[in-house]
Design a protein around this ligand. Structure first.
Ligand SMILES: [Mn+2]
Length: 245
């Protein structure tokens, strides 16, 4: 593995979330061909109605997302309907962009009753907590970071989403070659993670704790100045969310 690190490519500025009962899921990698997993996840979400003030899906809800037609696909009805039910119960639902669903945009969010973000700072706790997918911190993965920079250029998301469906499907297939290690929910190489960059971003955000997904395997890292980073494991059918607080 190369010791060269890619430049850090930040996402959109973080959102503030003051809610106290926040349930967090990550790396579901749902796809229509695994419909039983979509049903299982909808059931986990449904149990949160009346329990959670906010639900954060910390990226990679989808195995592949190339436009709203992926979310309005009939196979995703259970998840869409449960998000609508959560929304109606007064629970805010946040979809944090992962590398697989980087094309999620605010128009999807308005249409489908959730909020799209790149990162969220939870302010209800004494120790403020940063929630973000975590791919931005994997600076050891040079080809992926190059792709991340390209896909986040101004106007690029809009441009890509305007392409015909067949072209987006072809691009999505090619993009996956850049993250071949990320086969479904198998663990990724944690050596890719650049901890000093995580600490620097945490200091900028004024948080003491951070939770990320992306690497698919649970881990805990003590960083400089008493900062802590938790890597949440990829969701599996039947597993409970992680609660903040
Ligand atoms: Mn990911």
């Amino acid at each position: 593995m190369s010791t060269t690190l890619a430049p850090y490519c930040a996402g959109e500025p973080s959102l503030r979330l003051a809610a106290e009962r926040v349930a967090v899921f990550t790396d579901l990698h749902l796809q229509p061909s695994a419909f039983h997993e979509i049903v299982a996840f909808a059931a986990s979400l449904e149990r949160l109605i009346g329990q959670a003030d906010a639900v954060v899906i910390l990226g990679d809800l989808f195995e592949s997302y190339i436009g709203r037609e992926d979310f309005v696909h009939p196979a995703f009805d259970p998840v869409r309907m449960t998000i609508a039910a959560l929304h109606a119960s007064g629970c805010q639902v946040f979809l944090v962009r992962g590398n697989r669903d980087v094309l999620l945009n605010q128009a999807d969010a308005r249409h489908l009753q959730f909020t799209v973000a790149d990162s969220i700072v939870c302010t209800a706790l004494e120790d403020k907590l940063l929630l973000t997918h975590g791919d931005a911190f994997c600076l050891g993965d040079l080809p992926y970071q190059r792709l991340r920079r390209i896909s986040r250029r101004p106007g690029m998301r809009t441009f890509l989403r305007m392409l015909p469906h067949w072209m987006r499907t072809r691009i999505a297939r090619r993009l996956r070659r850049y993250s071949v290690l990320e086969v479904a929910r198998k663990p990724l190489d944690s050596m890719m993670l650049t901890l000093p960059k995580v600490a620097a971003v945490m200091q900028q955000e004024g948080v003491q704790k951070a939770w990320i997904g992306h690497l698919h395997e649970a881990a805990e890292h003590e960083l400089e100045s008493g900062l802590t980073l938790h890597v949440l494991p990829a969701w599996e059918p039947g597993t409970a969310p992680r609660w903040i607080g």
